[in-house]
Design a protein around this ligand. Structure first.
Ligand code: FES
Length: 92
């Protein structure tokens, strides 16, 4: 599995740097996983705060579903299908 559901804040998320993924929980009980590779120039996004995923390189921001909130990135972070079993978020 990727991460325990209890470790993913509602309205936030966690960056899994080793896997290059971000797991978020936009609403209670709804889990989303997106690539952590910024679509601008390939840096790894590194923080999730205030409901946004941020890239440290040039300041792009994405919402919890990976959609662009602020450039320079113009394309969403690609989503990965996940499922939740036994309190753990896993790639589907
Ligand atoms: Fe992420 Fe440029 S690589 S903003």
């Amino acid at each position: 599995g990727l991460v325990a559901t209890a470790d993913v804040p509602v309205g936030g998320g966690v960056v899994l740097g080793r896997q290059g993924l971000v797991v978020t929980q936009p609403r209670a009980g709804t889990f989303t996983c997106v690539s952590a590779v910024c679509t601008h120039s390939g840096c790894l996004v590194d923080t999730v705060s205030n409901g946004q995923i941020s890239c440290p390189c040039h300041g792009s921001r994405f919402d919890l579903t990976g959609a662009v909130v602020r450039g320079p990135a113009t394309q969403a972070l690609p989503a990965k299908a996940v499922q939740v079993t036994g309190g753990v978020v896993r790639l589907a």
